[in-house]
Write a protein that binds this ligand. Structure first.
Ligand code: C5P
Length: 218
């Protein structure tokens, strides 16, 4: 089969990861979690004891970091300088600092270039993030923007990460605000994206809808 890129964007807790991985498995495509890449660079920044708000030092760490990420939807893994950091990048330290790190233009330039290379190599791939349809792959065959109510998103994240609901809701609100108002590639709906509100939809329903959309496009 030829090239087929599906861009899945949206805020945290909109169901992006689960839906993207399932869709990729279902249509036998690769899968790229770009959030995991920003998290891995953030982990490297914290490891170097660099202040996440010090853009110049953050850019320097990012440039010196050897980041690797797998594209198997069932078993992808992220490593930094040879160390697997799959678990560490989901912890509260990284989650608390990732918005600041991902707002640094040099970090974005580096990761967007890497993402484009991975997409070009994979050919058939589902890519999830914040700026995939708008910046990374504006020529994607299908662009999806997933949303859900703030309550539903906080509920999902706190279940997924086993964190306190109130704290999770506050953290999500903070990251949403930061991610949508930053100057470098803010979270934004591509003009030609299909918008799906998943508040009342189960994962299976969302995946089924995306699959039929995809079938009608390619
Ligand atoms: O999707 P996830 O919650 O793992 O993303 C973590 C953070 O990485 C987001 O809050 C955002 O700041 C950043 N990010 C980004 N651009 C992407 C993916 C993630 O800025 N394409």
């Amino acid at each position: 089969a030829g090239r087929c890129v599906v861009a899945v964007d949206g805020p945290s807790g909109s169901g992006k990861s689960t839906v993207s991985r399932r869709l990729a498995s279902l249509v036998d495509a690769s899968y790229l979690d770009t959030g995991a890449m920003y998290r891995a660079i953030t982990w490297a920044v914290l490891r170097s004891a660099v202040d996440p708000h010090d853009a110049e030092s953050v850019a320097k760490v990012a440039g010196e970091t050897d980041l690797e990420i797998g594209v198997d939807p069932q078993a992808y893994s992220v490593s930094v300088d040879g160390t697997i950091v799959d678990r560490e990048i989901r912890g509260p330290e990284v989650t608390g600092a990732v918005s600041a790190v991902s707002a640094v233009p040099a970090v974005r330039a580096l990761l967007v270039a890497m993402q484009r290379d991975i997409i070009a190599t994979a050919g058939r791939i589902v890519v999830e993030g914040r700026d995939i349809g708008s910046v990374v792959a504006p020529d994607a065959e299908l662009k999806v923007y997933l949303t859900a109510s703030a309550d539903a998103r906080a509920q999902r994240r706190s279940t997924e990460y086993a964190t306190d609901l109130t704290a999770t809701a506050a953290d999500l609100a903070r990251r949403d605000k930061f991610d949508s108002t930053r100057t470098a590639d803010p979270l934004r709906q591509a003009d030609d994206a299909v918008v799906l509100d998943t508040t009342e939809l189960g994962i299976d329903e969302v995946v089924t809808q995306l699959r039929s959309l995809l079938d009608s496009r390619v």
